[in-house]
Write a protein that binds this ligand. Structure first.
Ligand SMILES: NC(=O)c1ccc[n+]([C@@H]2O[C@H](COP(=O)([O-])OP(=O)(O)OC[C@H]3O[C@@H](n4cnc5c(N)ncnc54)[C@H](O)[C@@H]3O)[C@@H](O)[C@H]2O)c1
Length: 379
C-alpha cells in the first residue's frame, strides 16, 4: 500500500539540516533517502544560504523532485501558516526554546498539530524559567497527538544499543561512568559555539550529548553532588590561551567558552560519573570516549562521531577476563536511524518509539546547566 506523502518544513538552512563538507550531519540528506515526502518550505533570514541550499537540492537527480514546490521563507510563522505535516527545527538555541513570543517555535508548531524534530540544546533560558515551557509543550503534544523528538542521536547508535544490551545481560548497577569529549577547534567551527551568550557554552551546547548518554545509560544525577572546575581564557597563569582560534576576536573575555571543563557527580542509583571537555585539538576531528564500569564488566565506546567506532568490552564472563573484545561498528549511521525512527513514529503517531522526548531532554538540559553553573561560580 502506498503511503501518504508528508509535507516537510525546515526552520534553519544551516549545517544540521543541509550539512557542510567537514561534518557528518545533514538531516535533509537522510530524510531524502527515507522518502515519502516533499519539502514545502525552508525558513532562514540568511536568504543567500537558503537560496544556495535549495539550488543544490533541486540539482540532485535522485531527490530534486522533493523540492519542486519548496518556498524560501524568512520567518517561521510563514511556514506555520502553510501547515506542513512535519517541521525540523535546527537553529541556534538563542532563537528558540523560550516562552517569549517569536522564540516559542516548538510550542506554536505543536499547538498547530505539526509533528516536530528539534535540535539540542533545547534552549538557552535558565532551567527554572524553562520548566513551565516544557510542561506547555508536553500538553500541546498530548492534546494534538503530535510526535516530538529531540536530536540526541547517540541514543540510536548501534554501539550504544549494544552497551545497553550487554549491561542488561550482565545485571547489576553501573559503578562508574567516565566521558571524555575533546573538541577539535582549528577548522570549520561554528562562530556561535565560541560565545556562551549564543551557545550556552560547550557543556550546554556540545558535551550535552555525553551528559545525555550518562542519563540514558546510567540514570539521573543527584544534582547536589555535582562539582565542576573550569580553565578559562582569563586564567592568570595563561594556560587558557588558545592561539589558533579565529572566531573569538569580537567576543569579550567573560563570554568566551572555557577551554577545559572537569565535572564529577553521583548518580541517584549510587554510581559515580565524570566528564571532561576540552577545546584543544587541531583540525576538525573530535575525539570522544566513554567508559562504563560495572562489577566484572567494562564497556568503552571509542569515537562514536567517526564513521567507524569501536565498543571495547572486558567481561568476567568472556573467555579471558584479561582480554578485550572489540565490537566494530563500520559506517553506522546513527542520524539515519534516529530520523527513520522519527518518520515512522510520525506515520504511526507513536511517541513511544522516540528515544529522546522533549521532557526527557529537558532533564539533560538541567544537568548541563548544573555542570556549567558550578564551574562558572569558581571563575
Ligand atoms: N545533533 C547534532 O549532532 C548537531 C550537530 C550540529 C548542530 N546541531 C544543533 O543544531 C542547531 C543549529 O546548528 P547549525 O550547525 O545548523 O548552525 P548553523 O550556524 O550552521 O546554521 C544555523 C542557521 O539558522 C539560521 N537562523 C538563525 N535564526 C533563525 C530563525 N529565527 N529562523 C530561521 N533560521 C534562523 C541562521 O541564519 C543559520 O543559517 C544548534 O542548536 C546545534 O547545536 C546538532
Amino acid at each position: 500500500m502506498s503511503q501518504a506523502v508528508l509535507k516537510i518544513g525546515f526552520v534553519g538552512a544551516g549545517a544540521i539540516h543541509f550539512g557542510r563538507p567537514e561534518v557528518p550531519w545533514a538531516h535533509a540528506s537522510r530524510i531524502e533517502k527515507i522518502g515519502g515526502l516533499e519539502v514545502v518550505g525552508i525558513v532562514d533570514p540568511d536568504t543567500c544560504r537558503s537560496d544556495e541550499v535549495l539550488k543544490e537540492r533541486l540539482a540532485s537527480r535522485d531527490y530534486g523532485h522533493m523540492y519542486t514546490n519548496c518556498r524560501l521563507l524568512t520567518d517561521y510563522r510563514e511556514l506555520l501558516a502553510m501547515k506542513p505535516d512535519v517541521v525540523f527545527i535546527g537553529i541556534p538555541p538563542a532563537f528558540r526554546g523560550s516562552p517569549k513570543s517569536g522564540k516559542n517555535l516548538e510550542l506554536e508548531f505543536t499547538r498547530a498539530g505539526i509533528h516536530a524534530f528539534v535540535e539540542k540544546p533545547l534552549s538557552l533560558v535558565p532551567p527554572e524559567e524553562f520548566s513551565p515551557y516544557v510542561s506547555s509543550i508536553a500538553e500541546a503534544c498530548q492534546t494534538n497527538d503530535v510526535v516530538l523528538s529531540v536530536g540526541y542521536m547517540f541514543r540510536y547508535h548501534a554501539a550504544v544499543l549494544k552497551m545497553k544490551e550487554l549491561i542488561a545481560q550482565h545485571g547489576g548497577k553501573v559503578m562508574a561512568f567516565n566521558a571524555r569529549y575533546y573538541f577539535a577547534y582549528t577548522e570549520g567551527v561554528n562562530k556561535y559555539w565560541f560565545n556562551t551568550e549564543f551557545s550556552g557554552g560547550p557543556i550546554v551546547e556540545q558535551a550535552t550529548h555525553f551528559c545525555d548518554l550518562a542519563r540514558y545509560i546510567v540514570g539521573d544525577v543527584d544534582m547536589t553532588s555535582l562539582h565542576t572546575i573550569m580553565l578559562n581564557d582569563s586564567d592568570e597563569g595563561g594556560a587558557g590561551k588558545l592561539r589558533h582560534v579565529t572566531a573569538e576576536d569580537e567576543i569579550p573575555s567573560d563570554k568566551r567558552i572555557p577551554r577545559v571543563t572537569l565535572s564529577h557527580w553521583k548518580f541517584v542509583n549510587g554510581g559515580l560519573g565524570t566528564l571532561m571537555h576540552s577545546v584543544t585539538l587541531p583540525g576538525s576531528r573530535y575525539q570522544a570516549t566513554i567508559d562504563v564500569q560495572l562489577d566484572g564488566l567494562q564497556l568503552s565506546l571509542i569515537d562514536p562521531y567517526e564513521p567507524t567506532s569501536i565498543l571495547r568490552v572486558r567481561n568476567i564472563e568472556g573467555p579471558d577476563p584479561n582480554k578485550d573484545q572489540d565490537f566494530v561498528f563500520e559506517n553506522d549511521d546513527t542520524y539515519l536511524r534516529e530520523l527513520d525512527t522519527f518518520m515512522k513514529a510520525v506515520r504511526q503517531r507513536k511517541q513511544l518509539l522516540i528515544k529522546s522526548s522533549y521532557e526527557d531532554a529537558a532533564k539533560t538540559y538541567e544537568l548541563t546547566w548544573a555542570i556549567r553553573r558550578q564551574g562558572e561560580v569558581k571563575k
